[in-house]
Design a protein around this ligand. Structure first.
Ligand SMILES: *Cc1c(COP(=O)(O)O)cnc(C)c1O
Length: 217
């Protein structure tokens, strides 16, 4: 079933990168996913990511997609290939500090808050543009800003989801014009099982899909 789901999704996605969300799934399910050839796995919790990583093949690229607490940064730096969920300057500073200590560069996305739900994390779009105008990101020698991430409101209202993804794409373009080393700033991570086709249409370069991979559709 996982193989069929993956085949169908990959065909729909074309060039867009599939980030397979493996949170809450068992090791057995993750091995099945691995056997389809999928190599980008994403978790939303640090401990769960590290535990699974230890038990699975080493050529899996792990992404962190959930809210990251500052005190857990030192556990995760060097273990993930991309952090999607950088939602504050304080967190970015800690990633810089821990990466500098290990002499590595950590790739991150800036999470933008576009949804109506206040439970979702992220920078306000204008806040990011202001920070860039203040050159707030210039000191991050050990962090590579690779793009933006967002989550749309959980709703059936397609127009609203479209508006939120458009806002994400628009913010990405604004930042790209302002940011130093903008050649690395190229990813737009948006879209989940319920809305990835809308996200793709509106410029997602990466979609994060869980349920549609692991569950019968
Ligand atoms: C769980 C999760 C997803 C995937 O959700 P599905 O609806 O299962 O595809 C994507 N992004 C984030 C940040 C998540 O926490």
């Amino acid at each position: 079933m996982i193989q069929q789901n993956i085949n169908r999704i990959k065909e729909e996605l074309g060039e867009t990168t599939l980030v397979a969300v493996s949170k809450f799934r068992s090791l057995e399910e993750l091995v099945d996913l691995y056997d389809t050839g999928q190599r980008i796995f994403a978790e939303n919790r640090v401990q769960e990511l590290l535990a699974k990583q230890d038990q699975l093949p080493k050529d899996i690229e792990w992404h962190l997609i959930g809210h990251l607490q500052t005190n857990k940064v030192k556990m995760i730096v060097g273990r993930v290939s991309l952090i999607h969920s950088v939602d504050s300057l304080k967190l970015l500073r800690e990633i810089q500090k821990q990466s500098a200590k290990r002499d590595i560069v950590t790739k991150v996305l800036l999470q933008i808050h576009v949804a109506q739900e206040s439970t979702k994390h992220g920078f306000a779009p204008n806040e990011l543009v202001d920070l860039l105008a203040d050159n707030a990101f210039d000191t991050f020698t050990h962090v590579q800003l690779c793009g933006v991430m967002s989550m749309a409101t959980l709703t059936q209202d397609t127009n609203q989801i479209e508006e939120e993804f458009l806002k994400t794409a628009e913010t990405f373009n604004k930042i790209k014009r302002l940011i130093p080393n903008s050649e690395h700033f190229s990813e737009v991570s948006m879209g989940m099982s319920g809305d990835y086709l809308i996200a793709k249409k509106l410029g997602a370069t990466m979609v994060r899909i869980g349920s549609k991979i692991f569950e019968q559709v």
